[in-house]
Design a protein around this ligand. Structure first.
Ligand code: NAP
Length: 328
C-alpha cells in the first residue's frame, strides 16, 4: 500500500484527492494526510475527502511517518523549496507542473532524489495517458506518412482569485508555465525531439507575465510547430499532427481520450480511450509501480525529459526578456 500525503489544498489538490479516492484501496494507493497553511483549511479538506489526518503546516506533514509519498500542489515558485523539504524528510515526491521555474533547480533536485534513493517525478500527467502512447505508436508506424507540422492550442479565461494566482510574477505565473508547458509536452510527445529555434513574442498582462503567446518552433528533421497558450481567451485545447499522408487530430489533446486518424484519401479512423477516472490515475499508478520496483525516477517521464521542458521554458522566457519577480 502506498500512503499519500498532500502538501497544499488548492484547486488541483481536489482533483488529485478525488482521483485517489475513486481508484479505491484495491489499487494500493491511499490518502493518509493533508496539509494546508491553516489548520481549519486542512481539516475542511480532510473531512471532504475522508483523509484521516489534517495538518496546519507543511512541516508537520513531512514529519509524519505514516506518509510515504507527498503530492505537491503549491504555486510554481514554491515547488523547488517544497520538494527539498520532502526529500530532506525521506519522502518520495510527485510535484505539480511546472516542476520548477528554472531548469538548473530541476536538475539539482532530481540528482538529490537519486542520491537519497527517493522517487521524484513531475506531475505532467499527459505523459502517462494511454491515447498519447497509442498516437506515438501510430506515428512510429508511419500512419500519416512523414510528419511535417504540428499545431497545439490551449486557451481559457482565468477569472477571480485564480486569475491573480495564475498571472502573478511573484508566484512564477503566466500562460507559458501554466499551460504552454502542455503544448510543449504535446509537441515533444508527438515529434520526439527538443524545441530548436523559435519565434513569437508574448502579450503581457499588468502583472508583467504573459497572458498570450503564439510560438512557431523548429523540431528535428525540419518539422515545424505552431503553439498558442493563453489565459485570457477561450480557445479549444486542440492538437493536430500533419504528415505527408494524413493527419492525427485531437479534439482535446490534454484530456486525450479521443483522436481521429484522417488519411489524405478521406478515410477516417476514430480512436477512443476513456479515462478510468479523471486521467490523473495513470500518473498515480506510475508512482506506485516505480516505488514498488525501487526506482528513483520514472522511465515513462524521466528526469531528462522534465529538465528538457524546464530548459525550453527558460529559453523562451529569456528570448522574451520575461524575468519573474521571485527570481534571484
Ligand atoms: N496538473 C494539472 O492539471 C494542474 C491544473 C492546475 C494547476 N496545476 C498546478 O498545480 C499548482 C497549484 O495550482 P492550483 O490551481 O491548485 O492553485 P491554487 O488553487 O491557488 O492552490 C495553491 C495552493 O498552494 C498553497 N500555497 C502555499 N503557499 C502559498 C502562497 N504563498 N500563495 C498562495 N498559495 C500558497 C495554498 O494551499 P494551502 O492554503 O492549502 O496551504 C493553495 O491552496 C500549480 O503549480 C499549477 O501549475 C496543475
Amino acid at each position: 500500500m502506498l500512503h499519500w500525503g498532500l502538501l497544499a489544498t488548492g484547486v488541483i489538490a481536489r482533483k488529485f484527492a478525488a482521483t485517489v479516492n475513486a481508484m479505491g484501496q484495491a489499487e494500493q494507493n491511499v490518502l493518509v494526510a493533508c496539509a494546508a497553511r491553516e489548520q481549519t483549511r486542512a481539516q475542511a479538506f480532510a473531512d471532504e475527502f475522508s483523509i484521516p489526518t489534517a495538518y496546519g503546516s507543511y512541516e508537520q506533514l513531512v514529519n509524519d511517518p505514516a506518509v510515504d509519498i507527498v503530492y505537491i500542489s503549491s504555486p510554481n515558485n514554491l515547488h523547488a523549496e517544497h520538494i527539498r523539504l520532502c526529500l530532506a524528510h525521506g519522502k518520495h515526491v510527485l510535484c505539480e507542473k511546472p516542476f520548477t521555474f528554472i531548469a538548473k533547480d530541476a536538475a539539482e533536485l532530481y540528482a538529490l532524489a537519486a542520491e537519497k534513493g527517493l522517487f521524484l517525478m513531475e506531475a505532467l500527467w499527459t505523459y502517462h495517458l494511454p491515447l498519447i502512447q497509442k498516437a506515438q505508436q501510430l506515428l512510429a508506424e508511419g500512419a500519416i506518412g512523414q510528419v511535417q507540422h504540428l499545431r497545439a492550442d490551449y486557451g481559457f479565461i482565468a477569472t477571480g482569485a485564480r486569475r491573480v494566482r495564475k498571472f502573478r510574477s511573484e508566484l512564477a505565473g503566466g500562460a507559458l508555465l501554466d499551460i504552454g508547458i502542455y503544448n510543449l509536452a504535446f509537441a515533444r510527445q508527438m515529434l520526439g525531439s527538443h524545441l530548436g529555434n523559435f519565434t513569437g513574442q508574448p502579450k503581457l498582462s499588468e502583472f508583467g507575465t504573459d497572458w498570450f503567446s503564439h510560438i512557431t518552433g523548429e523540431y528535428a528533421g525540419g518539422i515545424t510547430a505552431a503553439m498558442t497558450a493563453c489565459i485570457g481567451l477561450q480557445m479549444p485545447v486542440q492538437g493536430v499532427v500533419y504528415g505527408t499522408e494524413g493527419q492525427l487530430f485531437f479534439p482535446n489533446y490534454q484530456q486525450a481520450q479521443k483522436m481521429v486518424l484522417i488519411k489524405n484519401n478521406g478515410e477516417e479512423e476514430v480512436f477512443e480511450m476513456p479515462f478510468d477516472h479523471t486521467g490523473f490515475e495513470y500518473q498515480v499508478r506510475e508512482c506506485a509501480r516505480c516505488i514498488a520496483q525501487g526506482l528513483t525516477a520514472s522511465p515513462v517521464y524521466p528526469p531528462q525529459t522534465s529538465i528538457a521542458h524546464m530548459d525550453e521554458l527558460d529559453r523562451i522566457r529569456a528570448a522574451w526578456g520575461m524575468k519573474f519577480a521571485c527570481e534571484a
